[in-house]
Design a protein around this ligand. Structure first.
Ligand code: PMP
Length: 401
């Protein structure tokens, strides 16, 4: 029965992590997988998360009953408020609500299913490049018209804004446009506020549907309000939209799959029907979401003191990343590595699109045991004061080889 199944391609990021694990060289560095590491190179359980876990574990009233299909209400309301803002007009007018999802990926998958089956959308546009799962999620859902819009100018190592607008201008009315809310993965380059305004003008004029992917709120700049600026701006303009939130990075809850799909509508009256259809979609996919991560996020966001502790944690993570950006740029400049490396400090969030080409990437892996994606994307969190000198010298060697 199974003999005809063909082996599928490896998923690059997981294959690299396996190769890294199998590598016995003691200088090896993993710059591929998208997870935070401390300066000691190890995963970090946020202290406020650990504290909250212990409190939940010792709370006798907590049990393991099923959650409702659309999740834990205090979690979805706190998550919705986090992305739209406490003073959001859409929340005040009861035009926004959230449903809990299996992290950011699950939010995207439920959103895609809803757009496809309920709103008859079949056309989606994502940036070139983008997080590679965007294509797979929408194609698996049944979207047959999948396109990319220009985003990265490889020669200038910056946003190709004119190309982006020109490509969006070609999208038919009703097309779903995936926008990274902040800290674009993989380039680390976001539009400026002025550019976001122009994107909104075009999308309003062309009647395009914004789907925000918000995987790095707070983790990017250390300020959740700043990182949500684009989403809130679109809401203030009166757009109906969806936002897919992940709590993997900003709470360090990668494996706990805490996510939220926020729906912003023009009229409160559509909520009952939309909510009921999302409920049915989730029911058929996985029935109801896991509670563990959502309980932690909910406990932290709904308690002012714990929330402040979380704010301190995200500041700590984002400033360590910024420090690594400056250090890497400075070291490459000091080494006299050919090229301009300012893009490393101008980019934001977990990733940097270094501009290294496939040959240089192969050289780094083979000769220096430094693992990164073939696009030249590196996870800044894999760098630390102990390995940055080694990595900078290896990049220098790769560029001058
Ligand atoms: N969107 C983007 C742009 C991402 O980078 C990620 C995480 N790599 C996700 C969504 C989803 O992550 P998760 O499902 O782990 O929340």
């Amino acid at each position: 029965i199974y003999a005809k199944v063909e082996k599928g391609p490896a998923i690059e990021v997981f294959a690299l992590t396996q190769a890294f694990k199998d590598d016995s060289n003691q200088n090896k560095v993993n710059l591929s997988v998208g997870a935070y590491r401390t300066d000691a190179g190890v995963p970090w359980v946020l202290p406020v998360v650990r504290k909250t876990e212990i409190a939940i574990a010792s709370d006798e009233s907590v049990n393991h009953e099923y959650l409702p299909v659309t999740g834990l209400d205090p979690f979805t309301s706190a998550a919705t408020e986090l992305v739209l803002g406490a003073d959001s007009i859409a929340i005040k007018e009861n035009r926004a609500f959230g449903v809990q999802t299996i992290s950011g990926t699950g939010a995207l998958r439920v959103a895609a299913e809803f757009l496809h089956t309920q709103l008859n959308r079949n056309e989606v546009f994502y940036s070139n490049p983008t997080w590679e799962n965007h294509h797979k999620i929408f194609s698996d859902t049944g979207f047959t018209s999948l396109h990319s819009y220009r985003y990265w100018d490889q020669s200038k190592r910056q946003l190709d804004f004119n190309g982006m607008l020109a490509d969006l201008d070609q999208a038919p009315p009703g097309a779903v446009i995936i926008l990274h809310a902040c800290a674009h993965n993989p380039t680390g380059i976001d539009p400026t506020q002025e550019q976001w305004k122009q994107i909104a003008d075009l999308m309003e004029h062309k009647k395009l549907f914004p789907l925000f992917d918000s995987a790095y709120q707070g983790f990017a700049s250390g300020d959740p309000d700043r990182d949500a600026w684009a989403v809130r701006y679109f809401v203030s303009r009166g757009f109906e939209l969806l936002t897919c939130q992940s709590f993997a990075k900003n709470f360090g809850l990668y494996c706990e799959r805490a996510g939220n799909l926020t729906v912003v509508q023009q009229h409160a009256s559509t909520k009952a029907a939309v909510h009921s259809q999302l409920t049915l979609i989730i029911r058929g996919m996985y029935s109801n979401p896991p509670a563990y991560g959502a309980r932690i996020v909910s406990a932290v966001l709904n308690n002012p003191a714990l929330r402040q502790e979380w704010m301190d944690c995200i500041k700590q993570m984002s400033s360590r990343i910024r420090e690594m950006r400056s250090l890497l740029r400075d070291k490459l400049v000091a080494l006299g590595t050919p090229g301009n490396w300012d893009h490393i400090v101008n980019q934001i969030g977990m990733f940097s699109y270094t501009g290294l080409n496939e040959n240089q990437v192969r050289y780094l892996i083979k000769e220096h045991h430094i693992y990164l994606l073939k696009t030249g994307r590196i996870n800044m969190c894999g760098l630390n004061t102990g390995n940055i000198e080694y990595v900078a010298k290896a990049i220098h060697a790769a560029v001058t080889a």
